[in-house]
Design a binder for this molecule. Structure first.
Ligand SMILES: [Zn+2]
Length: 414
């Protein structure tokens, strides 16, 4: 290994790993997915890790969305520190609704950048390209000590920008379709090849929840996904790495008995209560990849007009079917550790089997082929946290998914 001393990142001290320290973020991995696949005998390695390593549940950050949690895992801190609290926000500088996947929105260094600066070899492989720039912030690719590429754009990765020329060719695996299980398989396969041939000190593998949005834990497509993962996990484990398996968030069914989405359309309610378009409802799940969730999740933030009676709106929302939590901005900053300048006046969370929409006509639900499964709220906060070493870990709620590298490096230093 290239490191002798611990590495500091965002006021946390990470051990210098003696073997490769790997965190795997299984996108949308509700713990039940693992339970069902293990019960069917499809995940022998993960089953053994649970029995002979350390098996916990952890809390994700809220909103239980992909980007906030991936950046928390990458920085070891909640969104109020790193600033990424959704896929989408109203830019406080311009008032415009913009995507938050630009590096200018990131307010803290990643632990990957800190390890790189300290002399370590760092590898990051993501399924979707939307995370790549954020996760790779601060890395340099001119001395063969950093790699950061996505499966989605693996045909066009370059040594100069990603540390890997044509990753698909290098791996011998075609660039997968963006909506596929293969997009995640590419990530695992690349992780195994990197570990064998390039030997990173720190490696992050993060997948896509395409399968989890479509299939419930007891469906064969979900089980075969985890069976596939376990084959790669077996190889990573056998190569001697210290591994933490966790997730960015869980996943719950959010549809009615007839299969149509269960939605409370909050922009429509606001228009009725306060006048058309005077309040703005923002769904931070919104991103260009809406095919599997129709931009419907269990978290929203609302910008109220100045004249609005906030107490009255809160009371009405609390009486609205499906809404379980209504927090003021101050309460949301305190409870969910969110950056106050990137959320509205209210934060809303919906229940386990219902999600929040803006206006009914603005959601294109025709693309949803299966009954809606989604995330974003408190009912999707609990995620697995499994280590292939015996290590002293707290239980949730103290244990957070963004402790993944803290404990992966600790296990790798044993
Ligand atoms: Zn996700």
């Amino acid at each position: 290994m290239n490191l002798e001393s611990p590495v500091e990142a965002n006021a946390r001290i990470y051990s210098a790993p003696k073997v490769p320290a790997i965190a795997i973020c299984l996108d949308g991995c509700e713990p039940e997915y693992l339970d069902k696949a293990i019960a069917d005998g499809l995940m022998p390695t993960l089953k053994r890790m649970r029995e002979t390593g350390t098996d916990r549940l952890a809390d994700s950050v809220i909103p239980s969305f992909t980007n906030p949690n991936n950046l928390s895992i990458a920085t070891g801190r909640p969104p109020k520190v790193h600033g990424i609290c959704g896929n989408y926000l109203i830019d406080p500088d311009t008032g415009e609704e913009v995507m938050m996947n630009d590096v200018r929105f990131l307010r803290a260094p990643t632990l990957f950048a800190r390890f790189y600066e300290a002399g370590a070899k760092v590898a990051i492989v993501t399924a979707k390209d939307k995370l790549r720039a954020l996760l790779g912030a601060g890395l340099k690719f001119d001395d063969n000590r950093a790699k950061c590429f996505s499966a989605e754009k693996s045909d066009t990765s370059t040594a100069a920008e990603h540390g890997q020329e044509k990753a698909s060719e290098w791996l011998g695996m075609a660039q997968p379709e963006v909506y596929s299980a293969a997009l995640s398989e590419f990530v695992f396969a690349a992780g195994v090849k990197l570990l064998k041939e390039w030997k990173p000190d720190v490696m992050y593998l993060t997948t896509t929840d395409y399968v989890q949005h479509k299939y419930a834990p007891d469906e064969p497509e979900a089980k075969s996904f985890y069976e596939m993962f376990d084959r790669y996990l077996t190889e990573l484990d056998a190569l001697g790495a210290a591994i933490v398996v966790t997730a960015d968030h869980g996943m719950k069914p959010k549809h009615l008995a007839d299969g149509s989405p269960a939605v409370v359309y909050v922009q429509d309610l606001m228009d009725e209560w306060l006048g058309k378009d005077t309040a703005r409802v923002i769904l931070p799940i919104t991103d260009p990849y809406v095919v599997h969730h129709g931009a419907l999740g269990s978290f929203a933030t609302v910008y109220l007009p100045q004249a609005a009676d906030q107490g009255d709106v809160i009371a009405k929302l609390m009486n609205t079917h499906g809404i379980t939590h209504v927090l003021t901005k101050a309460e949301a900053i305190d409870r969910f550790e969110l950056p106050g300048d990137r959320i509205g006046d209210l934060v809303l969370v919906s229940g386990e089997n219902i999600c929040i929409g803006t206006s009914e006509h603005r959601h294109d639900l025709a693309a949803l082929k299966e009954p809606l499964r989604s995330h974003g709220g408190l009912t999707e906060q609990v995620v697995p946290f499994i280590v292939n070493r015996v290590i002293d870990l707290p239980e949730k709620p103290q244990l957070r998914n963004f402790d993944a590298f803290y404990y992966a490096t600790m296990a790798a230093a044993l």
